[in-house]
Design a protein. Structure first.
Length: 442
C-alpha cells in the first residue's frame, strides 16, 4: 500500500459539485490535493493549493509541465459542461481536453493514474452531445493504455446543490408534481461522500496494482428507485410531504427547457435546458456490484443520505428560492424594459406632459423624458445578461432611488397620485436587492 502522506493528487474542476467535495475530502484524509479551476468563488478558495488556471486553454505540453512540476501521482478529472452554448463546448471539454490530458500523462515523465468522472448509461442510449462526447472520452481513455479508473456516478446527492441537484430540491420544496411518466424514471442516487471515498481508495493504490489498472465502475446505490422516490425523500426532509400539489404538464416542462436554452445564450446556467430534461427522462441506472466488490465500499442508501436528518432552515430557504430567483430576474427585466419602452414609444406625449404641465420647458422636458426612458431600457438589458446583471441591479436600485428623491424635490404632487406609482417603487428596490443577494452560483 502506498503511503497516503506521499500521494499528490491533481483535481481538475475543483470548483464544481463533485470536484470541490473531493478536493476537501482528500485533504482531510492526508493527501496533498491540488485543486485547479478556471475560477473559484471567494468562499471556495480556502487553501493555497486551490489555483485558478485557464485549464481549457492549456495544451498537452503545459498540462504535462503542471503534472511534472507538482509531482502528481493521481489526476482526477471532474470537468464537464451540460450543453453547447456561449463559452461552453461539450466536445472541447469532454473529448478534446481528455485527449490532451492523456497525452500529457503519457509524456510527463511520471507514472500517474487518471481517475475520470463520467456519466452512467450505455452508448446506445446516448442522444445528446453531452452524452456522446462523454462516451467518446471514455473510449479514448480505454485505448490509451495508461492506468485509469472511469467512474460513472448516479444522481449525486451532496451537501451543496447546483443545477439539476438544486432543481430536484426545488421540486421537493414547492407545491408541484412532475408528470407521472417523468416521476417513474429510474434514478439511482449516490452520495458524494461515496464518490470521494472511492477516489481516495484509488489514490492509495500502488500505480502497478494490476487489479485496478483499468477499471470502469458505476457508482450508485443498488436498490432501484425512481426520480419520484428521490423527490419524495427530499419532501420528507423538508416536511412538505402532505402539501397539496399541482401537476406540471410535460409541455410546460418542455417550454421551460426552451426558455432555459434562450437564457443560456445570455450567459446564464439554468438547470432546465433541453439537454438536462432529455438526460433526466433517460434516467440514471447502472450496476454498482463491481465497484462495491473491488473497494468494499457499501453505498449509502437514499434514505440514509437524505433522510438521516431533517433539513435546516438554510436548506429549505434555498430550495424554495432556487426557481423563484429566475422568476425574479425575468420580472425585473420585463419591468424595466417595458416601463421604458412604454414611456418612449407608446405614451411619449403623456410622459413629457408630466413635466411640461409642471412648468418645465419643452426643450428640456422632451430630451429628459427620452433619456430617462432609454435609461430604464438599458437597466433591463443589463440585468438580462449574466455578465452585467449585477451592474444592472445596482444601477436599477440607484435609478429608482433617484426617481423617488427627484420627484420629492421637483414634482412632489406625484407622490399623491391615486395609483401610488412612486410608492410602488420601494418594493421594486427590495426585489432588486433580493436578486442582488442571490446572484452567487458557487
Amino acid at each position: 500500500m502506498t503511503s497516503i502522506a506521499t500521494q499528490r493528487v491533481l483535481v481538475l474542476g475543483a470548483s464544481g459539485l463533485i470536484g470541490r467535495f473531493v478536493t476537501d475530502d482528500l485533504r482531510r484524509r492526508g493527501f496533498t490535493a491540488l485543486g485547479i479551476a478556471r475560477t473559484f468563488s471567494a468562499s471556495q478558495q480556502a487553501s493555497p493549493l486551490d489555483i485558478e488556471l485557464p485549464i481549457m486553454a492549456l495544451d498537452a505540453t503545459a498540462l504535462a509541465g503542471l503534472i511534472r512540476a507538482h509531482q502528481i501521482d493521481v489526476v482526477v478529472n471532474c470537468l464537464g459542461v451540460l450543453q453547447d452554448g456561449p463559452g461552453s463546448d461539450t466536445n472541447a471539454v469532454h473529448r478534446d481536453f481528455v485527449a490532451r490530458l492523456l497525452q500529457a500523462i503519457s509524456t510527463c515523465g511520471r507514472s500517474a493514474r487518471l481517475v475520470h468522472v463520467s456519466i452512467p448509461g450505455i452508448a446506445d442510449e446516448d442522444h445528446t452531445s453531452f452524452a456522446t462526447t462523454k462516451r467518446a472520452a471514455e473510449r479514448l481513455i480505454a485505448e490509451s493504455g495508461i492506468p485509469h479508473a472511469i467512474l460513472r456516478p448516479g444522481f449525486v446527492i451532496a451537501p451543496s446543490a447546483y443545477g439539476g441537484s438544486a432543481m430536484v430540491r426545488a421540486l421537493a420544496a414547492l407545491p408541484v408534481d412532475l408528470p407521472a411518466k417523468d416521476a417513474a424514471t429510474p434514478f439511482q442516487p449516490v452520495a458524494v461522500a461515496d464518490i470521494a471515498a472511492t477516489i481516495a481508495w484509488l489514490a492509495a493504490r500502488p500505480i502497478d496494482d494490476e487489479a485496478v489498472r483499468a477499471v470502469s465502475w458505476d457508482l450508485m446505490q443498488p436498490e432501484a428507485v425512481t426520480l419520484g422516490d428521490v423527490i419524495g425523500a427530499f419532501r420528507r426532509s423538508y416536511g412538505t410531504t402532505d402539501w397539496p400539489r399541482i401537476a406540471v404538464p410535460a409541455l410546460l416542462i418542455d417550454l421551460g427547457a426552451f426558455a432555459g436554452d434562450i437564457s443560456s445564450r445570455l450567459g446564464w446556467m439554468p438547470p432546465m435546458r433541453t439537454t438536462a430534461i432529455t438526460e433526466l427522462r433517460r434516467g440514471v441506472r447502472g450496476d454498482p456490484a463491481p465497484w462495491t466488490a473491488a473497494t468494499g465500499i457499501a453505498p449509502a442508501t437514499l434514505a440514509g443520505t437524505v433522510g438521516a436528518h431533517g433539513a435546516t432552515i438554510q436548506d429549505k430557504w434555498f430550495a424554495r428560492l432556487f426557481l423563484v430567483k429566475a422568476l425574479i430576474l425575468v420580472s425585473l427585466v420585463l419591468f424595466w424594459v417595458a416601463s421604458g419602452s412604454i414611456a418612449l414609444f407608446v405614451s411619449f406625449p403623456a410622459t413629457t406632459a408630466i413635466l411640461t404641465t409642471r412648468g418645465w420647458p419643452d426643450w428640456f422636458a422632451v430630451p429628459f423624458a427620452a433619456i430617462t426612458s432609454m435609461m430604464d431600457i438599458s437597466v433591463g438589458l443589463l440585468i438580462a445578461f449574466r455578465r452585467t446583471a449585477m451592474l444592472g441591479l445596482v444601477a436599477g436600485i440607484f435609478v429608482s432611488l433617484g426617481y423617488m428623491i427627484g420627484c420629492a424635490l421637483f414634482t412632489p404632487d406625484l407622490w399623491r397620485e391615486p395609483l401610488g406609482a412612486l410608492v410602488k417603487t420601494a418594493p421594486a428596490i427590495v426585489l432588486m436587492l433580493v436578486a442582488l443577494l442571490t446572484m452567487d452560483n458557487r
